[in-house]
Design a protein around this ligand. Structure first.
Ligand code: DER
Length: 230
């Protein structure tokens, strides 16, 4: 599809930006997967010497299959470049992430990277955060109901994310649940909301990525890529 071609273009562009010796953050989702596959080709065919920190079991499994050497955050104290997808990108390069329920590890990795390159197609660009996607919130199962109630009191429309190939709630790589909170009309003050969500008892992390992206690669269906810098 056009979206797949656009995502592939963005993924291959960031893989081409990787330099020997880089310590990388490996994102989760269908767009980051294109980057991991293109990077794997470079490792196998050029002997490109890199190490990567995966942001989920999914990214780890794909990176292993592609032959990318993996390390943990105990092995490296910083990352040169992290790449990942996003659900929404605002004009300020703030993001909503977490459609894949991987946002908690993704944010740890993104926060440690000198460059955080976000890989999208045009459909992810929004004028205002929250207009198209809900904010995912990773929550302790025993705290899910009070968090749902608190979000409703704030005027949000939260739902517990239920499995498609699993009965009951989606369970994250950490064994937590995910609440998807829609904010009708979008989010007025993302920074204030981020603080509110982060300080809610039982919340592990949320999908607002504010001030983290340094670059956004917007893939097009014709293979071109628009590079937006912070
Ligand atoms: O779950 C995530 O954070 C993913 O990166 C998501 O935001 C983008 O997934 P996609 O590249 O499959 O659209």
């Amino acid at each position: 599809s056009a979206a797949d071609r656009a995502k592939k273009a963005a993924g291959e562009k960031v893989a081409a930006m990787v330099e020997p010796g880089m310590r990388l953050g490996l994102g989760t989702g269908s767009t980051a997967a294109w980057a991991i596959r293109a990077l794997g080709r470079r490792v196998r065919e050029e002997g490109l010497r890199v190490v990567g920190v995966p942001t989920s079991y999914a990214a780890e499994q794909l990176a292993r299959a592609e032959g990318i050497p993996l390390v943990t955050l105990a092995d490296v104290e910083a990352l040169d470049l992290a790449f990942d997808g996003a659900d929404e990108v605002s004009p300020e390069l703030n993001l909503i992430k977490g459609r894949g329920a991987a946002h908690t590890r993704e944010k740890v990795v993104a926060s440690l990277a000198r460059r955080f390159v976000v890989l999208v197609d045009e459909s992810k660009l929004v004028d205002r955060l929250g207009t198209r996607w809900p904010v995912p919130i990773e929550v302790l199962p025993m705290a899910a109901e009070p968090v749902l109630r608190q979000l409703r009191r704030m005027g949000a429309e939260p739902v517990l994310r239920m499995g498609k190939c699993k009965d009951g709630p989606v369970v994250t790589d950490q064994g937590f649940w995910v609440i998807d909170a829609r904010f009708p009309g979008g989010i007025d003050d993302p920074h204030a909301l981020a603080v509110t969500l982060s300080t809610m008892p039982g919340v592990l992390d949320h999908g607002l990525f504010l001030g983290l992206a340094t670059d956004v690669l917007v893939g097009q269906a014709d293979g071109q890529v628009r590079h937006i810098r912070r």
